[in-house]
Design a protein around this ligand. Structure first.
Ligand SMILES: Cc1ncc(C[n+]2csc(CCOP(=O)(O)OP(=O)(O)O)c2C)c(N)n1
Ligand code: SF4
Length: 271
């Protein structure tokens, strides 16, 4: 398959470090969009700021590279104004769960038809390795030299609880599964989120002595457990594992559909 028309070749070489998972995630997104047969001119891709948020710079869609933490509000405005566009947010764990955490919760609660692809690398990559809400407790960051003291967000659990229609988790090691999950998330009507575990060897890996870039990817192979298999495993067996696959897929009222219905009823009342 020829993916090159979906890439902005003049923007290469990209900024990502050797062994960063973000390039694998970009390829999975492009493959998913190709599989769905979507017109690249009918896609809106919005990001905040961070290494992950550079993704729309390389993808030849209608793209918005916005401000740190605010990708979801920009995407909400775009989707409300141009509902015919398939609107995808690409964001990082810092972008979406620290500075932008409230936006994430409320967009899920609203169940607006957006797809959020959240690259979780457990740290602020672009700015050199500050602690993030997903840094595992006790792990090192430049702002947590003795180890993070705070509990870790379960992003998928958070968005399920807030009311999202579709939530999945995957690693970049499981690239084929990732492609399929992104496909399902985009096709789903309502708020959908795929948490993509994407290793950052340069900041997280180095600070936490995780070995060579390839070792972080191989750890993902070791840790990933399909949700179907995890159901039969005990909490002890699941210790240190990452459950991957579809975590929630449910039918709930979608915000724009409800909004359109109510506003047209209200307008009729005043005619
Ligand atoms: C309002 C604001 N605060 C802080 C920054 C600095 N900043 C840029 S990227 C970033 C963190 C990025 O971390 P994450 O979202 O996890 O993405 P990653 O780089 O790890 O992919 C920060 C704090 C900024 N650009 N704007
Ligand atoms: S700093 Fe980390 S997240 Fe950023 S490009 Fe390098 S490896 Fe990837």
């Amino acid at each position: 398959m020829d993916y090159l028309p979906m890439l902005r070749k003049d923007k290469f070489p990209h900024i990502w470090c050797e062994g960063c998972g973000d390039g694998i995630a970009l390829k999975a997104i492009i493959r998913a969009i190709t599989n769905l047969g979507l017109d690249q001119n009918k896609i809106g891709m919005v990001s905040g700021i961070g290494c992950s948020s550079r993704t729309p710079g390389y993808a030849d869609f209608n793209t918005l590279h916005t401000t740190h933490g605010r990708a979801i509000p920009f995407a909400t405005g775009l989707k409300m104004a141009r509902p015919e566009l398939t609107t995808i947010v690409v964001t990082g764990d810092g972008d979406a769960t620290a500075i932008g955490g409230n936006h994430l919760i409320h967009a899920a609660r609203r169940n607006i038809n957006l797809t959020v692809l959240l690259y979780n690398n457990f740290i602020y990559g672009m700015t050199g390795g500050q602690v993030s809400p997903t840094t595992p407790m006790g792990d090192i960051a430049t702002t947590a030299p003795y180890g993070g003291l705070e509990n870790t967000f379960d992003i998928a659990g958070l968005t399920v609880a807030a009311g999202a229609s579709f939530v999945a988790r995957c690693t970049v090691y499981h690239a084929k599964l990732l492609e399929k999950l992104i496909e399902r998330a985009i096709a789903k009507k309502g708020f959908s989120l795929v948490e993509i575990l994407s290793p950052c060897p340069t900041a997280y890996g180095k600070l936490n002595k995780k070995g060579k870039p390839k070792d972080l990817i191989l750890d993902q192979k070791e840790q990933g457990v399909r949700v179907e298999k995890a159901k039969d495993m005990s909490p002890e067996e699941l210790q240190g594992k990452t459950i991957i696959g579809v975590l929630t897929d449910r039918e709930l009222p979608e915000y724009i559909a409800t909004y359109d219905k109510i506003t047209s009823q209200a307008q009729r009342r005043y005619l």
